[in-house]
Design a protein around this ligand. Sequence first.
Ligand SMILES: C[S@@+](CC[C@H](N)C(=O)[O-])C[C@H]1O[C@@H](n2cnc3c(N)ncnc32)[C@H](O)[C@@H]1O
Length: 276
Amino acid sequence: MGKNDLETIEFDLLLEAIVRRYGYDFRNYARASIERRVRQAMAKLHLERISELTTHLLHDPQFFQDLVANFSITVTEMFRDPQVYLALREKVIPYLATYPFIKIWHAGCATGEEVYSLAILLMEEGLLERTTIYATDFNEAALETARAGIYPIEKIKEYNENYLRAKGKCSFSSYYHAQYDSVIMNKGLKKALTIARHNLVTDQVFGEMHLIMCRNVLIYFNRELQERVFTLFDESLGHGGFLCLGTKETIRFYPMAENFTEFDPQNKIYRKRSKS
Ligand SMILES: C[S@@+](CC[C@H](N)C(=O)[O-])C[C@H]1O[C@@H](n2cnc3c(N)ncnc32)[C@H](O)[C@@H]1O
């Protein structure tokens, strides 16, 4: 048996140990990015074998928490891919506006920048008052930031440019106030948000939604796990509901794709077919 085969066994055992000890299941994540982080953790502790890392995390919950925070890549920004927000504003919102109450699920929301962007857009279109945005992630530290709605002031120039490209209707600075080197998002935006922990690998359907946003999350999953999550989204969407994915993600080659139309292929917005 070669060194690589042994390492594969050790890696499998590490992921098995995590799921049995802590209930987090990374076995169906794309291996490359998890492996990179495992190697970084080993280098930091000067460990030679993956199995030594397994021993550490089995016996030290805090060590596991730090490692898991590293497994989840929370890079995000406000009005990320502004043309997607423009498409939501011009093409999706007119449909949402026909409902008395609007339910939106933002799955894998990281630190919440996208969620506040959506809340701003809905406020400008006069819909925020009757909307609930369920913002979920499995990373509790990221959710804490989302709840606080506090972001570095140095990012604001870039976010303002995104906002303008998404055809923002007001002044971006009216949605936050600055404090030292941070900005704090307005309470009026926060009122519409329900921020909760939800793990796409192990948790269940999230109620009947009108729009699900899940961008730049599925890229970290293998095909089997992507299929599970698409089933979850299919079951969580009412007929005529919308699904918005990231630029590199598609539902196209999965069985449940037949339940959706490609509403705006360029912006990866799909619409669930109505019952025939
Ligand atoms: C790169 S961020 C994307 C953030 C945002 N949606 C965006 O596009 O800017 C990926 C997020 O997916 C979350 N994530 C990864 N695996 C998850 C899981 N099993 N359940 C819920 N969230 C998960 C990570 O914690 C991270 O916050």
